[in-house]
Design a protein around this ligand. Structure first.
Ligand code: ADP
Ligand code: MG
Length: 287
């Protein structure tokens, strides 16, 4: 993306793949005591794969792929790919709509189809059996997508995304330097906790709607914390600009890259540690 070209970083950090917009950003990094991470695409690789289907898998996938064809969400991409592998063709739907942070909706063969989180359904429309299956899958760190027709859940699609290889080590390094680490995600609490455990994160804030991500950063700031936010998505842009330091993944969306004061070219969370160390060195030398 072009915004990267506008960046002036220290030669040293740039060489390490950490682009810092200006000296002011670099100085702010020295004060950071809390690092908040988005989950999908930031802590995790961001290439989720379908692992399990609960219910009549042909029916469940047909409904899901017919809607998700029109969505650009990484979860949608995983579902459409799985349907193609299973040679399941999408059906034409009407009145498609994305429901931000929750899922998608459309008319499917005269029924109202919903595909997304359980927030789209009243609890009573999900059988005990399906609820138990969902919980079990979530505890395996899988995101569960509910597929429903006319508010009745007909099946589940479990999708797994794995942490980046260096995520655990980077978080350990931050903790060693006395920083608090937090995961902020729209995903379900069980999934977030399972991933959080794998990488050793201190605190988890889950089930957050995209519009509430920046508010959660503000809350941490009001409690007296100096906050860095690390994210990649369109949804992350407000949180990136609200944080004391916004750190965007180089593979992220253009809007995220524009909103970040720092860009990590290699999408590697070790870049956060490098930025911290470089800023400390630079400002100790000046003082
Ligand atoms: P994140 O914070 O992990 O980037 P989002 O805010 O994009 O997540 O989405 C939160 C949740 O909403 C997802 O975990 C999923 O349950 C649901 N969701 C959002 N978009 C879709 C979609 N296109 N298809 C299915 N589920 C979706
Ligand atoms: Mg993300």
């Amino acid at each position: 993306a072009t915004p990267t070209a506008l960046m002036v970083g220290t030669a040293k950090s740039a060489k390490m793949g950490v682009l810092i917009k200006n000296g002011e950003v670099l100085e702010k990094v020295t004060d950071i005591d809390t690092v908040v991470f988005d989950k999908t695409g930031t802590i995790t690789i961001g290439k989720p794969k379908v692992t399990d289907i609960v219910g009549d898998s042909k029916r469940v996938l047909t409904v899901a792929t017919s809607l998700e064809e029109s969505s650009e969400h990484p979860l949608a991409t995983a579902i459409v790919k799985k349907a193609k592998e299973e040679k399941i063709a999408p059906v034409k739907v009407d009145n498609f709509a994305a429901i931000e942070g929750k899922g998608v909706k459309a008319n499917f063969n005269d029924h109202t189809a919903l595909v997304g989180s359980n927030k789209l359904f009243a609890n009573s429309n999900i059988s005990r059996e399906i609820q138990d299956e969902a919980e079990q899958l979530q505890n395996e760190a899988k995101t569960v997508i509910y597929v429903g027709l006319d508010q009745q859940v007909i099946g589940l699609i479990a999708i797994q995304d794995v942490p980046k290889p260096s995520a655990k080590a980077a978080i350990a390094e931050l903790k060693k330097r006395g920083l608090k680490t937090v995961m902020l995600t729209g995903d379900n609490k069980n999934v977030a906790q399972a991933i959080g455990k794998q990488v050793g994160i201190d605190q988890i804030i889950a089930g957050v709607l995209p519009t509430d991500k920046a508010d959660n950063i503000k809350k941490l700031q009001k409690a007296g914390n100096k906050v860095a936010f690390v994210g990649d998505g369109i949804n992350d842009a407000p949180a990136l600009s609200t944080a004391d330091v916004g750190i965007a993944m180089g593979a992220g969306t253009d809007i995220a890259i524009e909103s970040g004061g720092i860009v990590l070219v290699q999408n590697d969370l070790m870049g956060v540690v490098k930025a911290l160390d470089i800023s400390k060195k630079t400002f100790n030398r000046i003082k």
